[in-house]
Design a protein around this ligand. Structure first.
Ligand code: HEC
Ligand code: HEC
Ligand code: HEC
Ligand code: HEC
Length: 429
């Protein structure tokens, strides 16, 4: 029955994967961290247990959250070197760097207390406070009213995915190209639920929170993030970014390690989850898609085989010509849109979640996650599911081993990863 309703939903509802306007591009003014951080507002030294929000958010952000140091990173020697290599005057004044390392809104939208040096500050995620600042703490304020006044709905899976990915993957307006990476920028990797967990929490999802904002299930967050990331990657392929670099396509859309690896370690023959591209081909990054395919496979083999066929077409056309690649990317996007609404909302049973994990590890044990980025996504997936299923402690030793296998990307060995996945699988009931 569950499988049927999944299919029906996925066939009938075609909704847009796009979400609300990002804080950086919305019309409201950003008033600056200093307007949030006073001792009677969000700048208390310890949590205020009497209020429905913690009120020490500023302290958490300032002391523990990397986002508060994002601008300062641009002043460091590594950034200076990157800027010099790219021929930029300086990293901390370059739009391309500030767009992701700060709340880089146009000058006319900056309030009196706004400072670019505050980095990725409150309003970079929560939206310009111009219209809700004075009222959002008053008795009549509700979450819905705040949103109508420009608060960004960061609790909603799609909106959160769009927000985080705007910097952790990039958009058509701000993108960390292979040129930037070759100049020394780290590879960007992202998985919505794991990164949500890794950001030092300045909020608590408790009963009161759920009453105001609804409940947020980690599995929905994870699946929505995967769909959204895959969709954004496909959408970016159709922008001028993809061919803006002369003869070669933009290389950061590709699996980095299909080029960057030792020639001494042979990885042939290479069977992957439906992406058996011809030998010696540079592969587009499909890490979110291959994880999704395993998940969908455990719900409906029919939906999964459709996705597998489309992914195969996609990889084949990537070595054919640009137009067929764009067509294949669009076909995949359409299929993803069908999945997106059920992934956001559906409540998965314990058995379904156990099945997801088992199927992922089964596919990994067959060697389907041989590319570094897909192994990384596999790890995030299994970790997220284990936390959600509340048996993380039971499998902690195995999860540690799996993590160690992907911890250093230059020391990633697909066959070792495959063996570990098999061991893990054998430990499952
Ligand atoms: C305006 C851009 C921007 C947005 C929006 C953004 N981030 Fe970030 N994030 C960054 C930058 C830049 C860094 C690196 C900061 C540094 O060290 O300089 C970072 C770092 C992080 C880290 C630490 C990374 C690590 O390797 O430990 C986590 C976790 C994280 N972000 C999660 C999130 C989540 C979750 C969201 C969405 C709710 C989000 N970010 C939204 C720009 C952004
Ligand atoms: C598309 C968004 C984006 C752009 C553009 C971008 N960055 Fe980043 N940068 C990030 C994110 C996100 C991280 C954190 C990566 C992580 O840890 O997962 C990061 C990390 C870094 C780091 C490593 C930080 C650390 O503490 O290890 C440096 C250095 C850096 N960026 C410098 C720059 C410079 C210089 C520019 C401009 C040439 C730039 N970045 C452009 C998003 C971006
Ligand atoms: C990188 C993105 C990011 C930054 C920067 C950020 N937040 Fe948040 N914040 C979130 C996310 C994600 C949530 C959880 C989803 C939600 O409730 O909107 C959240 C939740 C909150 C909540 C809601 C708590 C509740 O119970 O409803 C408050 C209040 C808050 N943040 C204040 C701040 C303040 C103040 C700052 C700056 C000092 C800040 N945030 C900076 C992402 C961010
Ligand atoms: C199509 C093959 C290809 C892909 C895919 C690719 N690169 Fe590169 N990369 C190159 C080449 C070629 C160079 C230039 C090497 C040189 O100058 O000697 C390079 C240089 C670099 C460098 C500088 C290293 C050096 O020796 O100076 C870094 C860092 C880098 N790439 C990171 C990445 C990341 C991160 C990704 C994935 C997002 C990626 N590359 C994807 C081919 C590739």
């Amino acid at each position: 029955m569950k499988i049927n309703s999944f299919l029906i939903i996925s066939l009938v509802i075609v909704i847009n994967v796009n979400a609300g306007t990002l804080p950086q591009y919305a019309s409201e003014k950003h008033m600056g961290v200093a307007t949030c951080s006073s001792g009677v507002c969000h700048g208390k030294s310890v949590e205020d247990k009497k209020e429905n929000v913690m009120l020490n958010e500023y302290r958490t952000w300032l002391q523990y959250d990397d986002h508060s140091g994002a601008y300062k990173t641009l002043l460091k020697p590594t950034s200076k070197k990157i800027a010099a290599k790219l021929g930029l005057k300086s990293a901390h004044t370059a739009k391309i760097c500030l767009d992701c390392h700060a709340d880089n809104i146009p000058v006319e939208k900056r309030g009196k207390k706004f400072q670019i040096s505050d980095g990725v500050a409150c309003e970079a995620c929560h939206g310009g406070a111009q219209k809700w600042l004075s009222d959002h703490k008053e008795p009549g304020a509700t979450h819905e009213k705040n949103i109508a006044l420009g608060l960004y709905p960061s609790e909603k899976p799609k909106d959160r995915a769009k927000l985080c990915l705007s910097c952790h993957l990039g958009t058509a307006n701000k993108f960390a190209t292979h040129r930037i990476m070759a100049a020394g920028h780290p590879r960007l990797s992202f998985e919505l639920e794991s990164f949500t967990q890794n950001q030092p929490a300045h909020y608590k999802v408790d009963a009161d929170y759920e009453k105001r904002k609804g409940s947020i299930r980690s599995v929905n967050m994870w699946l929505t993030g995967l769909v959204f990331k895959a969709n954004e990657q496909l959408a970016l392929l159709t922008t001028k970014q993809y061919t803006a670099h002369g003869f070669f396509p933009e290389l950061s859309f590709y699996e980095c390690h299909s080029c960057h690896r030792s020639m001494a370690v042979s990885r042939w023959p290479v069977e992957r989850n439906s992406n058996n591209v011809p030998a010696g081909t540079v592969r587009l990054d499909d890490s979110s898609l291959v994880v999704l395919i395993s998940v969908v496979d455990s719900l409906s083999t029919k939906s999964a085989s459709k996705l597998k066929t489309l992914l195969k077409d996609f990889h084949r056309s990537s070595v054919n010509n640009k137009q067929s690649l764009l067509n294949a990317a669009q076909a995949l996007q359409q299929e993803l849109q069908k999945l997106s609404s059920s992934f956001v909302k559906k409540k998965y049973s314990k058995q379904q979640k156990l099945n997801f994990r088992k199927k992922l590890l089964l596919d990994a044990s067959k060697g389907y996650f041989r590319d570094y980025s897909s192994a990384e996504q596999l790890f995030y997936a299994v970790e997220t599911l284990s936390l959600d299923l509340n048996d993380f402690n039971k499998y902690e030793a195995m999860l540690d081993k799996l993590f160690n296998a992907i911890d250093k990307e230059d020391k990633f060995y697909p066959s070792q990863f495959q063996t570990l996945a098999k061991l893990f699988l054998n430990k499952l009931p």
